[in-house]
Design a protein around this ligand. Structure first.
Ligand code: ATP
Length: 205
């Protein structure tokens, strides 16, 4: 059983969540990569067991869940540890995303993946959609939302794929520089196209 799949991506603060919620309001089911990335290291999972075997119990918080901040510190300056962790978790995340997507019952399903292109998850989906805004607006909106300073947002932007590269790769681009009404209008147009494409897709059974 397979569903027609859309991969939704965009840099920090570009509006992925806002866009995803607009599609959800039209009855389209969402699969969220951030949630799955947490699920695969939840207590009792093989993911967490492998991390414990490598780093010991010190990597746990007092409630028995993974101390994600400490884990990030372990891998931050160590490419080989980061590679080890990615090799462990990425196949699990891919498999879970596909499994959840194929359980969806809406006409098509949206996979919300911040690092869709960076992590090669675009190969899982039928179409890709980029939510795009200039970096100055990423900084304004993110720092207003999270009360963080501009330099922190800028360093995250720097760690993500360049805007031009993502624009070149995406099948569709949502320009989110305007207001919410303009955003909703673009979502509506794409929704209509995806409904048509899903109907024609041999994938949707
Ligand atoms: P992240 O990558 O950090 O999770 P995101 O891509 O999911 O972010 P959102 O959280 O949807 O981005 O949007 C970032 C902020 O910008 C939010 O506070 C949101 O309400 C606001 N926002 C999104 N679109 C618009 C818009 N068209 N006009 C004004 N504000 C907007």
């Amino acid at each position: 059983m397979s569903r027609f799949k859309i991969g939704l991506t965009g840099g920090i603060g570009s509006g992925k969540t806002t866009v995803a919620n607009l599609f959800a309001a039209k009855g389209i089911e969402l699969v969220d990569a951030d949630i799955i990335a947490r699920d695969v290291v939840a207590p009792g999972t093989p993911g967490l067991a492998a991390i414990l075997a490598r780093y010991g119990n010190a990597i746990l918080q007092s409630d028995g869940t993974l101390d994600r901040r400490l884990l990030r510190e372990h891998i931050f300056n160590d490419g080989s540890e980061r590679q080890w962790l990615n090799n462990l978790l990425h196949p699990m995340i891919r498999q879970q995303m596909l499994q959840q997507a194929n359980l969806a019952t809406s006409a098509y399903v949206i996979l919300v993946v911040p690092l869709l292109f960076e992590n090669g998850l675009d190969t899982l989906v039928d179409r890709t959609v980029l939510v795009d805004i200039p970096s100055a607006l990423q900084i304004t909106r993110t720092s207003q939302r999270d009360l963080v300073d501009a330099s922190q947002v800028q360093s995250i932007i720097n760690s993500q794929m360049h805007r031009e590269d993502k624009l070149n790769r995406a099948d569709y681009v949502i320009d989110n520089q305007g207001d919410l009404a303009q955003l909703e209008c673009q979502v509506m147009q794409l929704h209509k196209q995806f409904l048509e494409q899903a109907k024609l897709s041999p994938d949707n059974d």
